[in-house]
Every structure is written in structure tokens, then in C-alpha cells.
Design a protein around this ligand. Structure first.
Ligand SMILES: [Fe+2]
Ligand SMILES: [Fe+2]
Length: 230
């Protein structure tokens, strides 16, 4: 791994979005099923759109190795030959196990912070320089997700009686996204000028800033009045 990627990963590991107060509260406080449902429905808005960022970004990357590299990520996202194990399907399974139904996730009004997160990532992958997109989706998502999801898994295990397969969406990502991050790192390592690196880092930080705001929104919605952690 080159030092640019290593430094960027170190920076992300320290980012407030990755250890946000929402995540700390979710993993340590006692949560009602209603609170977990609320989190689950809002977070689903990000889950169901994620693969679109990749399909929008991919044709914009002028590197012939992209399609072979992305293929592994698509296989995981789309569920390895069965749509019933696509990532959004695994997530809906989690929602069902929380007692929710189609109607619930079909009808939900996203928080403004949730809509903004999705809009920003659509804009980044569609309109911005592809290197900003690579930074946002690679280090900004794939690398940071295992850290954030570890908090979520703790909260789910502590506060529900769900079986491990009911929340495998989260445990899967803690493992799979480490591999996905390596795939993006491989791509990123083809772009080595100072300008390349500046844009890749900019994309990662833009994504994490949106993530910070996303968690702020959830914190307000789920833990209001806001509690303070010691
Ligand atoms: Fe995924
Ligand atoms: Fe991933």
C-alpha cells in the first residue's frame, strides 16, 4: 500500500463521522425496538441506492481495469447469482426481523440529512471529477464502513434478540468492505500525481462530512432530547 493511501486511511480512522456520538450512543445505550426501527428505515435509504453510485461512476473512469475490478464488488452487491441475497434484500430481511413490512420502508419520509447524503453522492459520482468520486466511494465508503458498522452491530446485539443471520447485512459488510476497500485502493494506486491525490482525498472527506451530518440527523431524530455521554 502506498503512503498516500495509508495516510488517507489513518485520517479516515480518526474522522468524527467514523466514531460519531450517534454510533457511540447506539452501541452503548439501551434502545427500544422503535428506535432501532427508525434507524433502520432511514439508513435503508442509503443502502438501496449505493450500487447506483458505482454504476454512474464506472463509465467515467478512464481505466480499462475498472470493469474487472468492480466485478467483484458488483457480485457481492447483487447477491452472487441470486437477487434474494443482494445487499438491499439482506437489509430488508433485517427490517422484517425488526417487525417492519414493505409498507413501512415504502412510505418513510427521509430526514433532510438523509436526502442530502444521497443527493450529494449522486452529484459527486455524476458531475464531479471521477477522482473525487473514487475517493468518496472507495476510502469514503468501503474503508470507513467496517469501523462504523462495528458500533451498529454492538447496539443490535445488545438490544434485540435477533439471530446472527437476521443482521448479517451488517456483519457481512464488516468483512466484505475491507476487501472492497482493497479493490478501490488498487484502482486509486493508478492515480499518483499531486492533483490526483488531492482530488481523491477531497472526495473521501466530502463523503465523510456528509456522513457526519447524516449521523447528526439520526442522533437528533432517535436520541432527542439529546443525551450527553461521559
Ligand atoms: Fe454492500
Ligand atoms: Fe462494499
Amino acid at each position: 500500500m502506498n503512503t498516500f493511501i495509508q495516510d488517507l486511511q489513518d485520517e479516515i480512522e480518526q474522522h468524527v463521522a467514523v466514531h460519531h456520538p450517534f454510533l457511540k450512543k447506539f452501541s452503548t445505550l439501551s434502545l427500544s425496538i422503535g428506535q432501532i426501527q427508525q434507524f433502520g428505515l432511514q439508513h435503508y435509504q442509503l443502502v438501496k441506492i449505493f450500487v447506483n453510485y458505482m454504476t454512474i461512476l464506472q463509465p467515467r473512469i478512464p481505466d480499462p481495469s475498472t470493469s474487472t475490478l468492480f466485478r467483484h464488488v458488483y457480485d457481492d452487491e447483487f447477491g452472487q447469482h441470486t437477487i434474494f441475497r443482494s445487499h438491499p434484500a439482506l437489509y430488508r430481511n433485517f427490517l422484517k426481523r425488526l417487525g417492519l413490512q414493505d409498507n413501512d420502508w415504502g412510505r418513510i419520509t427521509p430526514l433532510p440529512e438523509v436526502s442530502r447524503f444521497v443527493e450529494l453522492h449522486m452529484e459527486i459520482t455524476r458531475d464531479e471529477d471521477f477522482r473525487i468520486g473514487l475517493g468518496a466511494i472507495g476510502p469514503g465508503h468501503e474503508f470507513s464502513i467496517p469501523h462504523m458498522f462495528s458500533y451498529l452491530v454492538k447496539g443490535i446485539e445488545k438490544n434485540t434478540s435477533l439471530e446472527p443471520e437476521d443482521y448479517e447485512y451488517f456483519t457481512f459488510h464488516i468483512i466484505q468492505d475491507k476487501h472492497h476497500a482493497e479493490i478501490f485502493n488498487e484502482l486509486i494506486s493508478h492515480y499518483n500525481t499531486p492533483e490526483d491525490r488531492k482530488l481523491i482525498r477531497e472526495g473521501a472527506l466530502k463523503s465523510l462530512e456528509a456522513r457526519r451530518i447524516f449521523w447528526n440527523g439520526l442522533e437528533k431524530a432517535i436520541f432527542s432530547p439529546v443525551l450527553t455521554l461521559k
